[in-house]
Design a protein. Structure first.
Length: 339
């Protein structure tokens, strides 16, 4: 090959490589633009300090917005939920907090399958103690004092709508780390008598204080609201067709999932409120199916998750059946009000 031919081949090769490089750069720029545009369309998120003992009332939650902080715990001012989110660099599948104590149900990716742990955290989101979980995270709560933390996992199945699922619910006292590993070992009292069955499931703890809590018990295709007593290790049935209860701040009402008789698979549950003193049930104005354990923003407003563009959005509705649902936060899950 002559010198001129060699130079021609070299020149053509350089041009081809330059073209490939230019295309690669353009493709990378296009991907970055699309990613930035997706983030621009969603909520603004920035890294920063997060505390579970804020100086002002805040809302802490799992942020599901696309970007480097996806699935991290985030906070916004409670009265300005549209403000830029501050994320803590801590990821949780489920989370709740009260009085400076947090409970984080955390995934650890594995080669064959993920494993999960319940991690109790202090006000600075530092891990205090962790417990292995027997299944997939579902619900979590902390008592008003911050002394007790509870969690529910699926040990078989992965949702409450399936016919074959099993749960395990645990409560730990963070003062001495005493663990009630499985509330199914408590005595169920139905109509004043001990109730025994092989298919008992317990889930969705909500605390009244450091002794009394409420939860759901299921058996024989039925569900009941139960009042739990940690000292007596009992679960006393109070009301039928109650799932994932949430006690109001004043301790007088329970928000819950009410299974609708003859409902389609698209809308198996509606969000209801039960008056514990009178037994009166009130349907909220939310007509979509709610598969969540609602949170009380105050004595009159419920917060709950529904599917959204970034996974789930948080919505609000009055607890007395009036008004209409309103979107509170997009790309958010597992809220807790602090301060």
């Amino acid at each position: 090959m002559t010198r001129t031919a060699r130079l021609t081949v070299l020149l053509v090769t350089l041009l081809l490589l330059g073209g490939v490089a230019a295309v690669s750069v353009q493709q990378a720029a296009d991907r970055a633009h699309r990613r930035d545009q997706a983030q621009a369309d969603g909520p603004m998120v920035a890294a920063g300090a997060v505390t579970l003992r804020p100086a002002a009332r805040t809302l802490v939650f799992r942020s599901t917005a696309w970007g480097p902080h996806r699935d991290e715990l985030a906070t916004v001012p409670a009265d300005h939920p549209e403000a830029e989110r501050t994320t803590a660099g801590v990821s949780c599948e489920r989370f709740y907090a009260a009085a400076g104590t947090g409970i984080c149900l955390r995934a650890k990716p594995g080669a064959v399958q993920d494993s999960y742990r319940a991690v109790v955290m202090d006000a600075g989101l530092h891990d205090l103690k962790s417990f292995p979980l027997a299944g997939i995270p579902s619900r979590s709560r902390v008592s008003p004092s911050g002394h007790l933390a509870a969690w529910t996992v699926f040990t078989s199945g992965d949702n409450y709508g399936s016919l074959n699922f099993s749960t395990r619910t645990s409560i730990v006292d963070v003062r001495d780390w005493h663990l009630e590993e499985n509330l199914e070992t408590f005595t169920v009292l139905k109509d004043g008598q001990p109730y025994h069955a092989q298919d008992i499931n317990v889930w969705g703890v909500t605390f009244a204080d450091d002794t009394t809590f409420y939860a759901t018990v299921a058996s024989g295709g039925q569900t009941w609201l139960v009042r739990g007593d940690l000292g007596a290790r009992t679960l006393t049935t109070l009301h039928g067709n109650v799932e994932c209860p949430s006690l109001s701040p004043d301790g007088t009402r329970i928000a819950y999932k009410h299974r609708v008789a003859g409902a389609t698979n698209d809308v198996p549950w509606l969000l209801y409120v039960l008056d514990l003193r009178t037994g009166t049930e009130t349907a909220t104005a939310e007509t979509r199916s709610v598969d969540d354990q609602a949170v009380w923003a105050d004595d009159h407003t419920l917060v709950y998750a529904l599917p959204g563009d970034y996974g789930t959005d948080l919505w609000t509705v009055p607890s007395d059946g009036t008004g209409k649902p309103a979107r509170l936060l997009s790309a958010a899950l597992a809220p807790a009000y602090l301060g």
